[in-house]
Structures are given as C-alpha cells and as structure tokens.
Design a protein around this ligand. Structure first.
Ligand code: G3I
Length: 417
C-alpha cells in the first residue's frame, strides 16, 4: 500500500467505526476486497472522497421541492442496512416518532415508509395555533385530520404539537378592537382553543406539547417566562392556567412542557421552572427535550444528567424534535453562505456518533424516557435546507427514504445497553 492510500485508509477507518460498520483491514484496502465485509466496503470507502463531491442542482431542488431522486451525495450509502426497521428495533423500549405534514402522509410512497419505520407522528406545523385556528371562529382542521387519520389507520401514536407557543399564536388572540386584549378575554380564547382542539382529538392524540419554548434564555429575564404578548397580558399565571385547562379538556392526555437547551444554565432554569410548577400542583406529566443538534454535537453528560434531574421531579422525558445538522447548531444562512454543503463521510461519521449517543442515553433510561421523535422522516423532508438555504442531511433516512449507515449502530445494540 503506497503512502497516499495508507493516509486515506487511516482517515477513513475511524469514520467506518463511528458508523458502527466493520472497517476494511489494512492489507487489502487498495486491491483485493476486504476480509471482513466483502468487496463493496473497500471500493466505496475510498472512491467518494477522491472524487470531491460536486453540488448537484437536482439534489438541492430535490430537497427544496421534496421530490426524491437518487442522490449521489451519500458517501457511504451502500453500507446501509436496507432491511432495518427502526420502530421494530425499539419495540421493547419506547415509540420512535417523526414529525410529518399532511402532504407526507398522503403521498403513498412517503406514507408507507413512515408507517413502516415509525410508531408515532407529530404534526410539524399543521396543529400549531396560527395554522389550525387562523381566525377567531375559523378552524382549519383538514391538514391535522389527515395526519391523525393516517396514524389511526396505521396504528401509530400521535403527539400534539403544540397548543400554545408565543411564536405561532395568531394575531387575533391578543387584540380586542385595536386594544391589547384583557387577561379574561385572553383566557377565554385560550380555553376555547384548547378545549376545541383536545376534544376533537380525544383518544387519538395521546400527548400534547401544551406549552412550547416559554422559558426565556437565562440572560433575558429573572422570571421564567419570556416577555412575550402572553406574558404582557397575563403575567406568568397563564402557564398554570393553560395546563389546568388542558387537564380538564382531556384528562387521559399526557401534558408536556417542550423546550430546548444546549447548556446547563438554560437547563437549570427549565428545571427550576418545572420544579416550581410541580410544587404548585400544576398538571405537567412530562418534559420534551427538542434536541436540534449541530455537527458540533451535544454533551452526553448534559443530556443524561438532565433526563435524570427531570425524572426526579416525577416527570417522564421525551426527545421530541431530534435532528443533527451538517452545520454547527448556531449556524445561520449568512454564516454558512460560503460553507460547503457537501455531505462527506466525516460529517456522516460525526452525525452517527451524535445520534448513537442520544439513542444510547435514552435506552439506558427506558421507563423514564418514553419516546424519541425525529423532526423529519428523512433528509428529503428536512426544514433546515429552507432555513439555511443549503442542502442538509440531518435525519436517519436519506433523500430516497433509504436507511443511512448510522442506523446500523442505532438499531444493532445489546439489550439493556
Ligand atoms: O405554509 C406556508 C406557505 O403557504 C407559504 O408560502 C410559506 C412562505 O414562507 O410559508 C409556509 O409556512 C412555513 C411553514 O414552516 C411550513 O413550511 C412558515 O413560513 C415557517 O415559519 C414554518 O417553519 C416551521 C417553524 O417551526 C415555525 O413554525 C418549520 O417548518 C418547523 O420545522 C419549525 O419547527 C420548530 C418546532 O415547532 C418548535 N421547535 C423548533 C422547531 C424548529 O424551528
């Protein structure tokens, strides 16, 4: 083996390993097929990096328009275990869900893929107040109904997302003849919304994100809540109010507080908030940790300690919006404008380690962790491409709805590990 190919070999092996795949052995990387895994591995491992992947307009369009084409940009595509069935691998642990919209569940190919691989669905946008209740006396039920009916027909669970989120409340909620609505008027509108949505989906939606992303970043406020319009009208009282209303509306539904954190400071603020709510007897059954992770990762210690802390408050924990971007978490369209969006085997390797860490930490906390939901069924459905204006591959299945190599490690685990 000449020095250049030895160098390539040395930088490929760690990524093979992190993909949970068997790495080719040293003495035949160049020539003969590898001892361990037959000939495909060796050939594919070397070739993609050498060709220096080029951006294909078709690929970007495919992601932007959601039309699946065979993307040449999956460096380790043929190392994936195409037989994998994600939900089956976790049947003794917890439901594995995904975020969907009405188009995905009505497209026959995508719908059968979702029903095969996932055991739970979350409406990514169609159940948000601004979309389902666009004006005071108008409910737009059809998109959310399609998702719930699809789930019922395929024996899948449904997580409702979300009943109240400052960022996605329709304008009319807060105004009364050009004046800011009174607390009483706001509460009657919140009650009507929560009662109407929850009674429609009673027995079909088993859990709701009653409140999403209410706790402010630590630096912003001394109190818990953001200074949004809900808070301006009602102070922090509205938090307790909406959970009590939701409990009455459907006593059988599990009520979650859903949020995101990537440092101990924000996590500690959410913990203190939930501890105080529980101490006041506010009916909160669980906490959703979103986990929109960047290629710069999330500390295993932060995630595992956080789940253990929330569990001590008597809360169940779910990972509710998991994805791993090929860019750093703080990435913005302008900050990545000049960055490559090629999907390299390094990026895929790093993603694999991050996904595997999250699934392992959750397996080890079976019983406390009651579900993992990814924020799109496959790369072709991801929301980051639109947001960052770059191709992205943040999910477990590729643009062609095929399992990605990282699924091997996530599904091939010893019981209890
Ligand atoms: O449907 C309209 C379309 O008719 C219109 O032409 C287009 C114009 O931009 O907008 C479309 O609505 C967009 C919608 O996604 C559907 O694509 C909204 O503008 C856009 O803001 C909305 O973004 C969603 C975002 O939440 C805000 O609701 C993302 O898809 C969704 O992935 C994202 O999800 C959030 C979770 O709910 C909460 N946690 C963070 C997570 C990621 O931001």
């Amino acid at each position: 083996m000449n020095s250049l190919s030895k160098l390539k070999f040395l930088c490929v092996v760690p990524t093979f390993l992190s993909l949970g795949l068997l790495a080719p052995s040293c003495d035949n990387a160049n020539s003969a097929p590898s001892q361990t895994t037959g000939n495909t591995v060796a050939k594919t491992a070397i070739a993609p990096r050498d060709t220096g992947l080029v951006q294909t307009a078709a690929d970007t369009d495919a992601q932007k328009t959601g039309t699946a084409t065979q993307s040449p940009n999956y460096p380790a595509a043929d190392m994936a275990d195409t037989t994998v069935q994600l939900k089956r691998a976790y049947r003794n642990y917890f439901p594995i869900g995904t975020a969907v919209d009405s188009k995905m569940v009505t497209d026959p190919r995508t719908a059968s893929f979702i029903a095969k691989q996932y055991s739970s669905v979350t409406p990514v946008n169609d159940m948000k107040p601004v979309n389902i209740h666009p004006s005071e006396n108008v409910y737009k039920w059809a998109p959310a109904d399609k998702i719930v009916n699809f789930a019922v027909q395929n024996g899948l669970k449904v997580r409702g997302h979300c009943l109240v989120w400052f960022y996605r409340m329709p304008h009319w909620f807060f105004w009364d003849n050009g004046q800011l609505a009174s607390k009483e008027l706001l509460y009657s509108r919140l009650d009507s919304h929560i009662n109407t949505v929850m009674s429609r989906y009673k027995g079909k939606v088993y859990a709701y994100d009653v409140l999403n992303e209410t706790v402010a970043k630590t630096t912003e406020t001394t109190q818990y809540s953001r200074i949004d319009t809900l808070y301006k009208i009602a102070g922090e009282d509205y938090i307790e109010h909406v959970f009590r209303t939701a409990r009455k509306a459907d006593p059988s539904a599990k009520l979650f507080y859903n949020d995101t954190f990537y440092d101990e400071a924000k996590r500690d603020k959410i913990y203190a908030f939930l501890k105080e709510m529980k101490a006041k007897g506010v009916p909160i059954d669980g906490v959703g940790i979103q986990c929109h992770i960047g290629i710069d990762g999330m500390s295993e210690e932060l995630l595992s300690n956080s789940i253990d802390m929330f569990a001590k408050l008597g809360l169940e924990v779910q990972i509710t919006e998991l994805d791993v971007s090929i860019f750093n978490r703080e990435a913005k369209a302008k900050t990545v404008a000049n960055d490559s969006d090629d999907y390299t085997i390094d990026k895929e390797g790093k993603q694999s380690d991050i996904f595997n860490m999250v699934f392992k930490v959750c397996r080890q906390r079976k019983g406390v962790v009651t579900g993992i939901t990814t924020w799109a069924p496959a790369d072709i459905n991801n929301y980051l491409t639109k947001r960052l204006g770059k191709r992205n591959y943040p999910n477990l299945f590729d643009n062609n709805l095929k399992p990605k190599p990282m699924l091997r490690k996530i599904t091939d685990f010893k019981a209890g590990q």
